[in-house]
Design a protein around this ligand. Structure first.
Ligand code: GDP
Length: 600
């Protein structure tokens, strides 16, 4: 049945593009796929759609028969292959040659609900993979007042709606355009798009009534025709390459692998290589199985057998020794150099295409695809990653995270993956609990947001701590009739004129002459830590005698170390009041008279 769709196109060398559906939960991914799968019934060409293993192929004839198409256009692609499992996880797990397996994608967004976290995540993932896609604005039938014209094209049905509904659909569509713009995409309703390379198309659809489905498929065909022809040509010939969707035990067959073949041909008797938990294994294809068409339901064997299958297709491969195969692994027909094939599989299983920094956080994910998607987003947000690995969070990760120098990178992101119990135990120990932060989640957008929130908090906290140690400027005047003690230490009353006074600082006169070190500050005979502008307090000064180093009515300044001046002027000016800034200025002028670059 696969052959039929291949041979009926004008150019049999072009393979079927692979399409994946992404979007927020409950926005209608499954329903949309179901509707597309059922569209043969609608087009009156029962059986034209072929059910593959893990995928459905919709031939170009079926799409053309749905109407709304300029029949004079020439199409080279044989049809579209839809991966049956929708969602981000399936998109990122299914890979081909280190990139996304899917050639095209549909992002669904409920037109009545608008953008949600996973809608944004879908955009991020697709942008990262540079995968062309179309927006399906689903559930258009739920727009209040919508009259359904089942299976009609969007424009035909839209033209028959009343003005209020038309306005409402326009409004909702422009809300989506607005949300897309926020994320850097220029978009329009599909019928207003001139250049599909520049403008993202939005197709309002209903999975329930079938309205707009034909338009959606046409936009996909258009995208494939325009942007993918080169990568799709000649992919039917040559040794087969695919991706393992699932490892399944089948009665009478043992362990089998469900494979999406994206390149070349696989035949019974071929030697294939695939990654298992014990390393790359090679085995010989015993049989190639595809689902039986519905009309043959009475035949006992659920599968029909094929001698060979060409890309793109979903096929079940039965061969000895497949029980330890890892889902997501590449499968390759060995044609010549076995070692080369083995090495390329090993590389694809381990080689992560991410940029690592010497200093940054640690990320773990369940699959290479998920890891790369997360990493790309972190890079965009200018967050450095020190280590990126597939697998659960281990004790080793926790120990290593604790040694990261920058406190706000001392964290681990566990994306779609578990934390091993002993790693969790370690994280619960007080030292690690304080030092290492763990972020867990399965939506990139969410983990990113919570990391950023934590990091900014942490930065603020660190700045605060650093600022607390910085000596602030202050100016005070020694009050007359308030000399409580002449020396050892001198104790006098002062009024703070501006700034902030703390214990331990050194005092100087306005002419720069040193006075002594401030020991204590007292307010009504109580020791206090800090005095501010306007306060009148008693201070004790070590190393000074009243009448010698300073006298009543003298104005005194805090002698701020050069290092502190640098921080104050570079980072803290916004934390200083205007009068404190003036005092700082007065103070630095004393030093800069001799050295204009002092403290700079
Ligand atoms: P998924 O989680 O994205 O796969 O969403 P589903 O396909 O499971 O749909 C979620 C809910 O929305 C279900 O109750 C569907 O019946 C409903 N739904 C999906 N598409 C449509 C649609 O086009 N029109 C209407 N009215 N409901 C829809």
């Amino acid at each position: 049945s696969d052959k039929k769709s291949q041979s009926s196109s004008d150019n049999p060398k072009i393979r079927t593009p692979i399409v994946c559906v992404l979007g927020h939960v409950d926005h209608g991914k499954t329903s949309l796929l179901d509707r597309i799968r059922g569209s043969s019934v609608v087009s009156g060409e029962a059986g034209a759609i072929t059910q593959h293993i893990g995928a459905t192929v919709v031939p170009i004839e079926t799409i053309l028969a749905m109407g709304g198409v300029n029949k004079n256009l020439k199409f080279n692609i044989p049809g579209l292959l839809f991966i049956d499992t929708p969602g981000h996880h399936s998109f990122t797990t299914l890979r081909a040659r280190g990139g996304a397996l899917a050639d095209l994608a549909i992002v669904v967004v409920d037109i009545t609900d608008g953008f949600k976290p996973q809608t944004i995540e879908a955009l991020q993932i697709l942008r990262g993979c540079k995968t062309p896609f179309v927006m399906a604005a689903t559930k258009v039938d739920r727009i209040s007042g919508w009259r359904s014209f089942p299976s009609e094209t969007f424009l035909s049905s839209f033209a028959k709606q009343n003005q209020r509904v038309i306005d409402l659909v326009e409004k909702k569509t422009y809300e989506i355009v607005g949300s897309l713009a926020e994320h850097g995409f220029s978009s329009e309703r599909f019928d207003r798009v001139d250049d599909f390379a520049r403008t993202l198309a939005i197709v309002p659809v209903s999975a329930h009534t079938g309205e707009g489905i034909a338009d959606l498929l046409m936009v996909l065909i258009g995208l494939a025709q325009r942007y993918m022809e080169e990568s799709l040509t000649l992919a039917v010939d040559g040794p087969g390459s695919g991706t393992v969707l699932e490892v399944k035990e089948e009665k009478g067959l043992g362990a089998t692998i469900d494979v999406i073949l994206f390149d070349g041909t696989i035949s019974v008797g071929d030697e294939i290589a695939v990654a298992s938990s014990t390393g790359v294994i090679t085995t010989k294809v015993r049989s190639l199985l595809q689902p039986r068409p519905l009309k043959e339901i009475l035949i006992e064997d659920r599968f029909s057998r094929a001698k060979s299958v060409a890309a793109a297709a979903g096929v079940k491969v039965s061969a000895p020794g497949l029980d330890q195969v890892i889902a997501g692994s590449p499968v390759k027909v060995i044609d010549g150099n076995e070692n080369e094939v083995r090495e390329s599989i090993e590389r694809e299983m381990t080689e992560i295409n991410v940029t690592l920094s010497p200093e940054g956080l640690i990320i773990k994910a369940d699959t290479i695809g998920a890891l790369e998607a997360l990493c790309k987003e972190l890079t965009t947000a200018e967050i450095p990653v020190m280590r990126a690995e597939v697998g659960p969070v281990t004790r080793h990760d926790v120990i290593e995270a604790e040694t990261i120098k920058t406190p706000y990178y001392r964290s681990i992101i566990a994306f779609n993956t578990q934390v091993l119990p002993d790693a969790q135990d370690l994280l619960n120990e007080p030292i690690y609990a304080e030092m290492v932060e763990l972020f867990k989640g399965n939506v990139i957008y969410h983990v990113l947001e919570s990391f950023l929130e934590w990091r900014d908090d942490m930065k603020r906290h660190l700045d605060q701590k650093r600022f607390e140690q910085i000596i602030f400027p202050a100016k005070m005047v020694v009050l007359p009739d308030c000399v409580f003690r002449q020396n050892n230490p001198a104790v006098v009353g002062v009024r703070i004129l501006s700034g902030k006074l703390r214990n331990g600082v050194n005092l100087i006169r306005k002419d720069g002459k040193k006075v002594g070190q401030l020991k204590t500050i007292q307010l009504r005979k109580e020791n206090i830590q800090e005095a501010k502008a306007g306060d009148e307090v008693a201070i004790s000064i070590d190393g000074a005698t009243v009448g010698r180093q300073f006298d009543v009515n003298d104005e005194l300044l805090i002698n701020i170390p050069e290092r502190h001046v640098k921080v104050l002027e570079a980072e803290m000016m916004s934390h200083l009041t205007i009068d404190a800034r003036e005092v700082l200025d007065e103070f630095t002028r004393l030093y800069r008279k001799e050295n204009p670059f002092w403290g700079k």
